[in-house]
Design a binder for this molecule. Structure first.
Ligand SMILES: Cc1cc2nc3c(=O)[nH]c(=O)nc-3n(C[C@H](O)[C@H](O)[C@H](O)COP(=O)(O)O)c2cc1C
Length: 219
């Protein structure tokens, strides 16, 4: 798959088949994930993998309760209050696998590096017919100290990007329209034609061939 094809094809997918993603495939994806660039090559990522639809449904219920119990009216998550109160709503959309990209906090740029790694994960997944969706809603719950302990996330680490992954139920998901790129400033440098001069500073249209080589080619 071409890189730009993958970039354009990636969509946030919210409906999955029950077919599980194999361990072998997950390892392939994680190996692609860690090819991401990282500041000072610190590679400040670590991963938690949770498998099982019913376990993830249970985690979704716990995460929703946690969010509803701690939602600040000023929080941007407040707009999801109604969905969070809906018993049917599964924040993991019945996916069978959740991968959480975690950052070691010691490095101030760790979160950015983890986001780059997460994009690698999502693009690489397409190669194997898989689909993904980042689940920011799960983040506050995943970072609660008791949940970190349960999922073996050291307290000094942060769950940066939870991503569900699985085989999509439909082949195509309609694209979400993007606004055109907002270019704030584009300092152009005029492109000039190269100027060729010989030793006597006479201008030439093409690079002048040295006399010795010109003679040689005639022999
Ligand atoms: C950091 C982040 C958090 C997200 N959290 C959620 C989420 O909790 N639930 C969800 O359904 N989608 C979530 N999304 C997916 C976005 O809604 C989706 O990427 C956006 O609507 C654009 O659609 P596209 O990815 O198909 O282009 C998240 C995306 C990002 C980047």
């Amino acid at each position: 798959m071409q890189i730009t094809d993958a970039i354009y094809k990636r969509r946030a997918v919210r409906s999955f088949q029950t077919t599980p993603v194999t361990e072998d495939l997950l390892m392939k994806l994680l190996n692609a994930t860690i090819q991401a660039p990282s500041a000072r090559n610190l590679q400040p990522w670590a991963f938690v993998i949770v498998e099982g639809r019913s376990l993830l449904k249970e985690y979704s219920d716990r995460a929703k309760r946690f969010l509803l119990g701690s939602l600040d009216p000023e929080s941007p998550l407040h707009e999801y209050r109604e969905s969070l109160a809906d018993r049917e709503f599964n924040i993991f959309y019945d996916a069978g696998t959740l991968v959480v990209v975690c950052a070691r906090n010691a490095d101030p740029q760790a979160a950015e590096d983890c986001c780059l790694a997460a994009e690698n994960f999502m693009l690489a997944a397409l190669e194997f017919g898989l689909a993904t969706c980042p689940i920011g809603l799960a983040r506050p719950w995943l970072n609660a100290p008791e949940v970190k302990r349960e999922l073996h996330i050291p307290l000094a680490y942060t769950a940066v990007m939870p991503i569900i992954v699985g085989y999509p139920t439909s082949a195509e998901v309609p694209p979400v329209i993007r606004a055109i790129p907002e270019i704030l400033f584009w300092k152009r440098t005029p492109v000039t034609e190269p100027v060729y001069v010989d030793r006597k500073m006479r201008r030439h249209e093409r690079e002048p061939v040295p006399l010795r080589r010109a003679l040689d080619s005639k022999l």
